[in-house]
Write a protein that binds this ligand. Structure first.
Ligand SMILES: NC(=O)c1ccc[n+]([C@@H]2O[C@H](COP(=O)([O-])OP(=O)(O)OC[C@H]3O[C@@H](n4cnc5c(N)ncnc54)[C@H](OP(=O)(O)O)[C@@H]3O)[C@@H](O)[C@H]2O)c1
Length: 327
């Protein structure tokens, strides 16, 4: 490795460990000078990508970036009016935009089953599926099937969708990206000493539930990568850094106030997902990315992943979604 690459790696690692520098617009601003090349213009012409949570923040920006690269973009939101409004805006902004409007509440497993089965009947192949939708409920609320909301929207719904779209992804072959969060570094699969997956016991804390389900996404993405190895389908997870979006201003107003000036713009937060789908880089064990580079999923001072908790999670997800258990 030459000296400039070594320097770039050292700067990158320093930004990552400092957290505040790395996760804000400062991190992407510096890394942009040495990160891998942008996707080629037109690299997604003839390709089809589904973006969930495309009616706000990072998902909105991501949809535009995919359209700019020539993809047909399926814009998925839970609110039909928001989907229609944003699709109309995009059609005005992006010449020849090929947009398909999709409505599905990802926390509702019946809705996910109906939507995914319908989509599989409408398309031959899917080249990208970005599980971007996210929530941070302030108190414990339940989905249509009685699951805790963050678990349902971040984990159960996206898992079931991946399972039901598997053949279309294989036909792509596609890339699946799980939009996790740097918040997952602060959580294992267990919250404090409690491995209660549905948060039925003890005091519910939205930030903890959010972080733990974001950790679950990283674990699931890795399990899906193993499951789909050899099919051509790539499965990754990532975190976007700290991004100025309606989700942040509404759920974390103090955070937004303190870091407002250095928060990333939504297209910056979307960048790595777009790059992963468009360039399909080689990906190794655990498959977790930030700013176009693979990152550790735990640091040395944190407790390493507990294989029993991992097994319990995979078993639980399989049981409640009535899908085969991942390894
Ligand atoms: N912003 C950050 O700094 C940051 C940091 C780390 C990770 N992330 C992750 O990045 C992703 C996008 O975040 P964001 O900041 O752009 O959030 P946002 O502005 O709140 O947007 C979230 C999107 O998800 C949709 N959504 C929520 N629940 C849904 C459900 N049950 N079914 C279908 N769609 C649903 C929302 O729909 P409505 O418009 O109908 O509400 C919205 O389109 C999330 O997964 C988040 O965890 C963000």
């Amino acid at each position: 490795m030459d000296s400039s690459s070594l320097l770039a790696r050292a700067v990158d690692a320093t930004l990552d460990r400092s957290v505040v520098l790395g996760y804000t617009s400062i991190g992407s601003g510096v890394r942009r000078k040495f990160w891998p090349a942008d996707p080629a213009p037109g690299s997604l012409v003839g390709k089809r990508v589904l973006v969930t949570g495309a009616t706000s923040g990072i998902g909105e920006a991501m949809a535009r970036s995919f359209l700019d690269l020539g993809a047909t973009v399926h814009l998925l939101g839970r609110n039909p009016d928001k989907v229609a409004d944003y699709a109309r805006d995009l059609r005005l902004e992006v010449p020849n935009a090929d947009i398909v409007e999709e409505v599905c509440d990802l926390s509702d497993l019946d809705a996910v089953r109906a939507f995914s089965t319908d989509l599989a009947g409408r398309v031959d192949a899917l080249h990208g599926l970005v599980h971007n939708a996210g929530v941070m409920p302030p108190e414990r609320v339940e989905s249509a099937q009685g699951h805790e909301m963050a678990l349902a929207a971040h984990v159960l719904g996206p898992h079931l969708m991946t399972h039901l779209l598997r053949e279309r992804l294989t036909a792509g072959p596609g890339s699946v990206v799980w939009m996790s969060s740097g918040g997952m570094y602060g959580s294992g699969l267990r919250t404090r000493d409690d491995a209660d997956i549905e948060y039925r016991r003890g005091e519910y804390k939205g930030v903890q539930a959010y972080a733990r389900t974001k950790r679950m996404q990283v674990v699931l993405a890795d399990a899906w990568a193993t499951e789909l190895a050899g099919t051509g389908v790539k499965v990754e997870s990532m975190h976007p850094g700290w991004v100025r979006t309606p989700g942040v201003t509404e759920s974390l107003p103090t955070f937004n106030k303190v870091l407002g000036k250095v928060l990333r713009e939504p297209e910056d937060g979307a960048d790595t997902a777009v790059w992963l789908v468009a360039t399909r880089p080689t990906s190794e064990h655990q498959h977790f990315w930030h700013d176009r580079a693979q990152r550790p999923t735990t640091f040395g001072w944190q407790r390493q992943q507990d294989p029993d908790l991992r097994a319990r999670l995979l078993e639980y997800v399989a049981t409640v979604t009535a899908t085969p258990r991942l390894r």
